[in-house]
Design a protein around this ligand. Structure first.
Ligand SMILES: NC(=O)c1ccc[n+]([C@@H]2O[C@H](COP(=O)([O-])OP(=O)(O)OC[C@H]3O[C@@H](n4cnc5c(N)ncnc54)[C@H](OP(=O)(O)O)[C@@H]3O)[C@@H](O)[C@H]2O)c1
Length: 239
């Protein structure tokens, strides 16, 4: 089993939701964590929770969709943490709207964040992993990346794109001992799904929770290095 203690992880969108649950689960394993997002107050509060678990925890404020911001921030994170072993590309946005009614700017923003954001961050982290000849990248797609549905064309297109990008990268860097995992979770309770009206607040008895997502990621990371979780679909037992 892979020993994760003292590894260094970067989690985009780590201040809340699925990213925060992952950061907390990593910290409990002794992994030092850098979390990122646009809301500094949220990141600061989560970093305080992470530090209370006894690990090094830092944050960086930037928009994953803006390449110049990403470039600067990733350099600073690597300087502070010393290296990155695990990248969780989790930051993402979603909105619901019919194909014609959603404004072009909103459609574009979803692609810019979910697709270009993941590309920007990975592009800046990857050279370090290749140089070390070891690393893990977890890319968060969705069931919406496997099936289209009405009123979610931009989000679905973005998550289909994530799968294509992630699987291509996996085949490119497997030889470099870099494991790239593509996750396609179903509905999990978070700000995103509560705001979209897909999940109710405090629905832990019936809806997947961010901790379930974090447990899945850890299970993949703990596999011996000869083994790689290529992808996983996390579903609820409650139909
Ligand atoms: N919840 C689900 O049911 C579900 C299912 C499948 C896939 N997913 C995917 O899982 C990921 C996390 O979702 P979630 O449910 O935890 O959503 P969430 O609670 O809304 O959190 C989204 C996170 O992404 C960050 N983020 C959004 N836009 C950003 C940007 N432009 N630059 C930097 N950070 C940005 C947010 O931080 P700031 O607001 O501080 O920027 C926040 O930390 C997303 O990729 C989502 O598509 C979620």
């Amino acid at each position: 089993m892979e020993n994760l203690k003292n590894k260094k992880a970067l989690i985009t969108g780590g201040g809340r939701g699925l990213g925060k649950a992952t950061a907390l689960a990593f910290a409990k394993e002794g992994i030092d964590v850098a979390i990122t997002g646009r809301n500094e107050a949220v990141l600061k509060a989560t970093v305080a929770e992470l530090k209370a678990l006894g690990v090094t925890a830092i944050y960086a404020v930037f928009d994953v969709g803006v390449y110049t911001e990403v470039k600067t921030a990733i350099k600073e994170i690597i300087t502070e943490l010393g290296t990155i072993d695990i990248l969780v590309n989790n930051a993402g946005i979603a909105s619901i709207g019919s194909f014609n009614e959603m404004p072009v700017e909103e459609w574009t923003q979803i692609i810019q964040t979910n697709v270009m954001g993941m590309y920007h961050v990975t592009k800046e982290v990857l050279p370090y992993l290749i140089e070390k000849n070891i690393g893990d990248i977890i890319n968060v797609s969705s069931t919406a990346g496997l099936n289209g549905n009405p009123n979610i064309s931009a989000y679905s297109a973005s998550k289909f794109a994530v799968i294509g990008m992630s699987e291509s990268l996996m085949k490119e860097v497997r030889k470099n001992n870099i494991r790239v995992c593509t996750l396609t979770p179903s509905t999990i309770e978070s700000d995103m799904t509560v705001e979209l009206g897909i999940a109710a607040k405090n629905s832990q008895d019936s809806v997947l929770q961010p901790e379930d997502f974090a447990d899945l990621i850890l299970a993949g990371l703990k596999l011996p290095r000869r083994a790689m979780l290529k992808g996983a679909a996390l579903w609820s037992t409650n139909p």
